[in-house]
Design a protein around this ligand. Structure first.
Ligand SMILES: Nc1nc2c(ncn2[C@@H]2O[C@H](COP(=O)(O)OP(=O)(O)OP(=O)(O)O)[C@@H](O)[C@H]2O)c(=O)[nH]1
Ligand SMILES: [Mg+2]
Length: 376
């Protein structure tokens, strides 16, 4: 299990005022495109990244200037992508391109199609995003149909087209609520190379479902690791050794999952979470209960998976009664996920990033559950 989430590299292109910067901020939060550390790459490209958010964005200037400028921009963007994609390290490559078209423009011009063909030809997952979608469905259907038809005639029929309104839109008669960002996140997740998905799921601030999926993957991987190598020999035969190693495993699971839920917690503070949590539920009680009353503990874990609709039922269900370390790791990991989700739902982004909220939430949850176990 690598220690850090890998960073997703995404290029955003499209016309002036299409809503590229608005979209970036809506999806990744933190005002990435405005206040994130922007670094000019060329005259037409700015690279944005932000400490603790595993995404790097290349935002390009709008296109609808003179044909010469467009050509120059297109060339710059293509060269930047090609330069990155010739790197030996897959981490340096561009993993997806989002191309924004203002849906209100109703124009999919030849110049733009030429540009898209250039970008498409570099063989990076490519998505067209219809931005600022406030028109009637029939109007949008017609425009999207036109785009798809032209793409098809240019042999680019596998390009996904996603409609979004990245921010609520106020009109004289009311507000059109934002929509479509979930679909954009889902489509992007599907098209990204697998190794980069957890980074992207962590960086985006839209879909909790995707975050949960990644968190569950991290957890299941850790649980599977506890069942291999050294563990085969000690398992429940040497509970003390088992306990200490399990503690290390749980700590590393907390660390990774906290990143998926965008809680950037420095490593030292992870130790603090651990101490605080186990101080509240009493360290020995917390770690020994599972070994003392294992059947009941397993039942608690199964209930947790069912009541919270976790998906990894089969991967955890495979564990045998002797895989105590795996079961304990799973139990604490799921509890951590529930705590992180509660905070994610309830708190503003700024608060979410502060470790103390997560610590308190988690300590409450774990002590409540430990209480339930001891009472039975
Ligand atoms: N309400 C609402 N306004 C939007 C949306 N997308 C863009 N806008 C507005 O449209 C204008 C242009 O948006 P930007 O995000 O700056 O567009 P851009 O593509 O970054 O523009 P350039 O950087 O100039 O190429 C701004 O005034 C935004 O507030 C949206 O989804 N909802
Ligand atoms: Mg912009």
């Amino acid at each position: 299990m690598p220690d850090d989430l890998l960073t997703a590299n995404i290029v955003i292109a499209g016309g002036t005022g299409a809503g590229k910067s608005t979209l970036i901020n809506s999806v990744f939060g933190k005002d990435l495109a405005r206040t994130g550390s922007g670094r000019p790459v060329t005259g037409s490209i700015v690279e944005y990244s932000s400490e603790g958010v595993p995404v790097r964005i290349w935002d390009t200037v709008g296109l609808e200037l003179s044909p010469e400028t467009t050509k120059k921009t297109a060339e710059d963007v293509k060269q930047t992508i090609l330069k990155h994609n010739s790197s030996d390290s897959v981490m340096d490559r561009i993993h997806a391109i989002w191309y924004c078209i203002n849906s209100g423009s109703k124009r999919y011009q030849e110049r733009e199609v030429e540009f898209i063909k250039e970008l498409y030809s570099v063989r990076v997952p490519f998505m067209i995003i219809l931005t600022q979608c406030i028109d009637a469905k029939s109007v949008l259907d017609e425009f999207e149909g036109k785009i798809r038809e032209i793409n098809k005639s240019e042999c680019m029929n596998d390009i996904d087209v996603v409609r979004v309104l990245a921010q609520d839109y106020s009109t004289a008669v009311g507000v059109v609520p934002k929509f479509g960002l979930d679909a954009l996140v889902d489509v992007t997740m599907k098209r990204l190379p697998e190794f980069i998905r957890s980074g992207f799921a962590a960086a985006q601030n839209i879909s909790m479902r995707q975050k949960r999926k990644e968190a569950e993957n991290i957890l299941c991987e850790a649980v599977e690791e506890t069942g291999s190598g050294f563990w085969n020999n000690v398992k429940n035969k040497v509970p003390l050794v088992n306990m200490l190693t399990t503690e290390g495993k749980i700590r590393s699971v907390f660390w990774k999952i906290s990143k998926v839920y965008s809680s950037e917690i420095p490593r030292g503070e992870i130790m603090q979470i651990w101490e605080k949590v186990f101080c509240r539920i009493e360290l020995l009680k917390g770690l020994t209960i599972p070994f003392i009353d294992f059947g009941n503990f397993r039942k608690q874990l199964d209930n947790l998976i069912i009541s919270e609709n976790f998906d990894s039922d089969d991967r955890i269900g495979m564990l045998s009664a002797t895989d105590q370390a795996g079961i304990i790791t799973a139990y604490f990991g799921y509890t951590f996920i529930i705590s992180a989700e509660n905070i994610w739902k309830a708190q503003s982004e700024d608060k979410l990033r502060k470790a103390e909220y997560l610590i308190d939430e988690l300590a409450d949850k774990l002590s409540a559950i430990a209480g339930v176990i001891t009472k039975q």
